[in-house]
Design a protein around this ligand. Sequence first.
Ligand code: NDP
Length: 412
Amino acid sequence: MGKALIIGCGGVASVTIHKCVQNSEVFEEICIASRTKSKCDDLKAKLDGGKTKITTAQVDANNVDELIALIEEVKPDIVMNLALPYQDLTIMDACLATKTHYLDTANYEPEDTAKFEYKWQWDYRERFEKAGITALLGSGFDPGVTGVFSAYALKHHFDEIEYIDILDCNGGDHGYPFATNFNPEINIREVSANGRYWENGKWIETEPMEIKRVYNFPEVGEKDMYLLYHEELESLAVNIPGIKRIRFFMTFGQSYLTHLKCLENVGMTSIEPIEYEGKQIIPLQFLKAVLPDPASLGPRTVGKTNIGCIFKGKKDGKEKTYYVYNVCDHQECYKEVGSQAISYTTGVPAMIGAMMIMNGTWSKPGVYNIEEFDPDPFMDALNKWGLPWQEDHNPELVDNEPVKKLDPEYVR
Ligand code: NDP
C-alpha cells in the first residue's frame, strides 16, 4: 500500500519497525532514519528478507532543511516521528513543506524547560488543514491508546463521561536498583515535574509524587501508584465534553523513588547546564549516559504491565462505571520483537496509527489528538496486532479522599 519514513531508531522505533515489517501489506516500504545510522543499519540487517523493503539514512532531526531533503528523496506517505519530543516541531515543519502526513508519540518539549503542552503543536492546525495533510499527535499507549479507550467508552458505553482515571502500572522487574524503561532523560523530566490534574474546569497542581494510592491491578496485583501530570490529560480535558475530573496515576516501586530522590537531592536530575572541567554539561544528560540503556532491559525484565482507563458517568440516566485495559507480558514481548513491554506498548500503537492514515481509515486534514478519530478500527487493530484489551463493568474505583502525604522514606 505505501511507504513510511521512520525517524529515530531507539527502543520504541525498534518495536514499530518490527511491527511494520509484520504488516507488509500496508508497509511495503520503510526508510529508517536517525542520528546514528549504524543503529538503523543493524536493525535493517536483522529484518531484511521479508516483504517490506527497508532502506536507511542518517538525519539530524533538529535540522529542517536536512529533513526536507530526506523527505523529498524518500517520498513517504507518512513521517513517523519516533525520535524525541524536542524534534516534534522541526519534523512538523518539514512535513508541511513537503505536504506529508505526520505522526508522533509525545508532545513537543523545549529542551531547556520540562513543559508538556500541546499549544505549540495545536498552533499548526490551520497550516496542516490548508496543506491537506494530517498530523496525528500522541499515537503511543499513553498518550495514544488511552485516548482511543476514552473515545471508545464515550461512543459505546456512556452518554456522558464525568470522571476518568488513567492507570499506568508496570509490574515488571529488571533486577537493577534503578533504571528507566524508556529514554531516561524524558522519563525523569516527566516524573520529577509537579503533578497536575483537571477538576471542575481547572488544573490542580501538586508536588511531585504528592498523591499516592494503592490499586489492585488485574493480572499484576497490588501496587503503589502516584498522581503525575501526563500530556493526554490536556487534550482529553478538551475533547471529552462535560468531563469533571481526569487524573493520571503511574506505579513506582520504593527503590525507584528512593534512588530518584537521592539523585534529585544531589542535583543529578537538573536540566540547568553546569560547567565541568571547562565544558558545559547538563547533569540529567550525564545521568542518562551512566544509566542502563532501556533497550538493554528487554532480556532481563519479567512480569507484566497493565495500562488502562476507568470511566465513571451516565448511560440512559443511570450511573455507570467501566474499566478498559491492556495487560502485556515483558518476556512475551521480548520473544516476539526483542524489546520489553514499555517499548512494545508504545511501538505497536505507532504502527497502527500510521496504518489508519496510510489506508485512509482516518482521513481529515489538520492536527488532531487520537481521541478525535473513530476509535473502532483502532480498537480492532489493537486486538489483531498484539495489544488485546479487556473490559470490567464493575471495577474497583480509585478513591477520592483528600491528598495522602507521601511515605516518610521519600524524604524531600
Ligand atoms: P530512545 O532514546 O531509545 O530513542 C530515541 C531515538 O531518537 C534514538 O534512535 C536517537 O538517536 C534518535 N534521535 C534523538 N535525537 C535525534 C535527532 N536530533 N535526529 C535524529 N534522531 C534523533 O527513546 P525511546 O524510543 O524510548 O522513546 C522515543 C519516543 O517515544 C520519545 O519521544 C518518548 O517520549 C516517546 N514515548 C511515548 C510513550 C507513549 O506511550 N506515548 C511511552 C514511551 C516513550 P541516537 O541513537 O543517535 O541516540
